[in-house]
Write a protein that binds this ligand. Structure first.
Ligand SMILES: NC(=O)c1ccc[n+]([C@@H]2O[C@H](COP(=O)([O-])OP(=O)(O)OC[C@H]3O[C@@H](n4cnc5c(N)ncnc54)[C@H](O)[C@@H]3O)[C@@H](O)[C@H]2O)c1
Length: 261
């Protein structure tokens, strides 16, 4: 049991019914945390919870839209009632789709910023009072390589994910006196459903084929392959662990060498 360094801890992972959120939830559970799995689609959350239980871990399921303040309050209430407290929050929910800026509507812009920034704001506000009271907590925000570099056809996403890094740095400075660690993870090209949709949208936006775009994307990655959700989970697991107790305000890249700053 020596590797169960998160035994006794409770972790809430938003959007953990699939992709990077699921990779993070599975990793945290394997480290001994009780995981509050959350997704807008309850059947997905149940799937992740089942995977955790099958592996001998503990999970509870919550459904709710991370951009809806009432849903967020209800999810956190249910989690605290079931588990007592939330020690680790992973703000994973986000959205990226390729669109040329000149074609993007104001409605789309607001929707992108809402899922990439408002969801993080709402969940963080909801869990912080308990963390401040206990003088302990880990907040891990999923940004992107687009949170450090601006990419064409991804203006609103780059704006949102740079915002995630800025939020992380500023909140880390404010929360240090309460011994709450706030860090970000910046993945690049991880094979998930959203990744595939994005490549399809990018092909459409640039009048290319899916195969051409996939080849171009792969060629930009020094280590030569797309990543997997468990790679993101490994970094999240590290940041949630006591090994990262003296780290705050950082934004760690996991991108096969694509992003190096
Ligand atoms: N896949 C990549 O290449 C990549 C790269 C960099 C960053 N990211 C970031 O990783 C995070 C997860 O992306 P992914 O690729 O795993 O996506 P995904 O589509 O595979 O999974 C997202 C999950 O979130 C759920 N979800 C969507 N909207 C929600 C909402 N409003 N409330 C609650 N749950 C909601 C979905 O049902 C789904 O289960 C995002 O923040 C994304 O920006 C992904």
């Amino acid at each position: 049991m020596a590797d169960k360094v998160l035994a006794g801890k409770v972790a809430l992972v938003t959007g953990s019914g699939a992709g990077n959120g699921q990779g993070s939830a599975l990793k945290l559970a394997s480290m001994g945390a009780k995981v509050v799995v959350n997704d807008i689609r309850v059947e997905r959350a149940e799937e992740t919870a089942q995977l955790i239980r099958n592996a001998g871990g503990e999970a509870i399921v919550t459904a709710g839209d991370a951009t809806n303040p009432d849903d967020v309050a209800a999810v956190v209430r249910k989690a605290e009632e079931a588990c007592g407290q939330i020690d680790i929050l992973v703000n994973n929910v986000g959205f990226f789709g390729a669109v040329k800026f000149v074609d993007q509507t104001y409605e789309e812009w607001k929707k992108d910023l809402s899922i990439n920034l408002d969801a993080m704001f709402l969940y963080t506000k909801a869990v912080l009072p308990g963390m401040i009271e206990r003088k302990s907590g880990k907040i891990i925000n999923i940004s992107s390589d687009a949170g450090k570099t601006g990419y064409p056809e991804l203006v609103s996403y780059s704006a949102g994910k740079h915002g995630v890094v800025g939020f992380t740095r500023a909140l880390a400075a404010e929360m240090a006196e309460h011994r709450i660690n706030v860090n970000a993870v910046c993945p690049g090209y991880i094979e998930t459903a959203m990744h595939r949709n994005f490549l399809e949208g990018w092909a459409k936006a640039t009048s290319s084929t899916f195969e051409e775009i996939e080849k171009e994307a792969l060629a930009s990655i020094p280590l030569g392959s797309f990543g997997k959700p468990e790679y993101v989970g490994n970094v999240v697991g590290f940041l949630a662990s006591p090994d990262a107790d003296w780290m705050t305000g950082q934004a760690l890249n996991i991108s096969g060498g694509l992003e190096t700053h």
